[in-house]
Ligand binder design. Structure first.
Ligand code: HEM
Length: 206
């Protein structure tokens, strides 16, 4: 419960920031949206009501989870009865691993699958809720993630605050395109090397 609840949300935020730093135009667009929503209301704190107006930031999170699902192979399943899939016969009690990572980069489903394009989610049917088997960051079916609402709220508030309060740079003026995006191998699709960025306060009052 602790691993499923804490590591996943932190991993999503870390990957989203990694993609944003590599794509400065997208970072700028997301920051402009977050700052417009919060500043326009004369508030100094971001709350869940504000998040509802941050459509573009939500696309950023969706796209980040498409390329970097924190649970790349979901939970293992077991067939309860014999079934034939595309000519392969699975006997009862066969362990099945679902490669959500590969599905979410499948060129038959996604155009330019390796590219980070949050706009692809604008006006599409794809949602997190396990109804579209092309996109499964929270899994699907009876074993799908029970923490979806909590996890999303944490990621959204976290990212909105990071984007609102700070501008972000690579350490030592390094080239953002050179950022190492290697993933760990295992049940959690985390960054192999922790992301290190320089946070520059955006507002004077910090
Ligand atoms: C953005 C954050 C999160 C992501 C991307 C995520 C993703 C996932 C995925 C992919 C699974 C496997 C689902 C499947 O096999 O169909 C899962 C299972 C699970 N998640 Fe999450 N999760 C997140 C946050 C959370 C939070 C906040 C909690 C609890 C506080 C949580 C608790 C669990 C538990 C208990 C399971 C196992 C469910 C079962 O096996 O029946 N998750 N999660």
């Amino acid at each position: 419960m602790f691993v499923a609840g804490a590591e996943t949300s932190a991993t999503v935020a870390e990957w989203a920031m990694s993609e944003l730093i590599r794509n400065p135009k997208i970072m700028k667009k997301a920051q402009q949206e977050v700052r417009r929503v919060v500043r326009g209301k004369g508030k100094s704190r971001i709350d869940e009501e504000d998040i509802q107006e941050m459509d573009y930031m939500k696309f950023v999170i969706k796209e980040s989870m498409r390329l970097h699902p924190p649970g790349p192979t979901l939970m293992p399943r077991e067939s309860s009865e014999s079934v034939s899939i595309k000519g392969y016969l699975l006997s009862p009690k066969t362990r099945v691993i679902i490669n959500a990572w590969a599905i979410q980069r499948d060129p038959d489903i996604w155009s330019c699958p390796e590219e980070f394009i949050p706009e692809r989610f604008m006006g599409t049917k794809f949602d997190f809720k396990g109804l579209h088997f092309e996109y499964l960051p929270f899994g699907a079916g009876r074993r799908m993630c029970p923490g979806i609402s909590f996890g999303l709220a944490v990621v959204e508030l976290n990212l909105a605050n990071l984007l609102y309060w700070f501008d972000w740079q690579m350490p030592g003026g390094a080239d953002e395109k050179g950022l190492d995006m290697t993933e760990t191998f295992g049940i959690l699709g985390a960054r192999e090397f922790p992301l290190q960025l320089v946070a520059v306060p955006h507002f004077n009052q910090i």
